[in-house]
Design a binder for this molecule. Structure first.
Ligand SMILES: [Fe+2]
Length: 165
């Protein structure tokens, strides 16, 4: 399966079920594709930037992205605003932490998030983050991912969250 075929499958799945179940199906399919060396090589490689849009659906708005991070990287806890996201690991490892929402962000004030669990995304593993799910990825070395965003996050402002224990 190539990217255009995968995009077409995402389209038809999301048209039938735009909710968590549809995303779960896409996540399973993405895991299969991440185990296909040809698909990985074609879509995420050393020439990929940190955030490269491979496909953006003109009707439904979802995006398939490739990410090539060359070094370690940390991110604060965040959700994806009105969007969901699927993180698929192609190479390397992402240490992911999930959080409970302790306080909502307010005007000019970050929200509060409490870590609940940490787990590893390894090549061939993908994970769905639904709307409002808070997480933070940590990369200790070079990593490559294929991600799907329900909406292109380039156009969405993210709320800030501070970590509390
Ligand atoms: Fe995220």
């Amino acid at each position: 399966m190539n990217l255009q075929q995968f995009a077409a499958e995402c389209r038809s799945v999301l048209k039938a079920d735009p909710g968590p179940e549809g995303r779960r199906k896409i996540c399973k399919r993405l895991e299969e594709l991440l185990r296909d060396p040809q698909f990985v090589k074609e879509n995420v490689n050393e020439r990929t930037s940190e955030r490269q849009i491979l496909y953006e659906d003109p009707e439904l708005g979802f995006c398939i992205l490739a990410h090539n991070y060359t070094g370690a990287k940390t991110s604060p806890p965040h959700d994806h605003g009105p969007s969901w996201a699927i993180y698929g690991q192609a190479k390397g490892e992402t240490e992911m932490t999930d959080y409970d929402r302790v306080a909502e962000p307010e005007e000019g004030k970050p929200g509060k998030a409490r870590p609940t669990r940490t787990y590893k995304l390894t090549p061939g593993v993908a994970h769905v983050y639904n709307e409002r799910d808070l997480h933070s990825p940590l990369r200790r070395g070079p990593t490559q991912l294929v991600r799907i965003e329900g909406l292109n996050m380039d156009r969405i402002k993210r709320a800030r969250f501070d970590t509390v224990t």
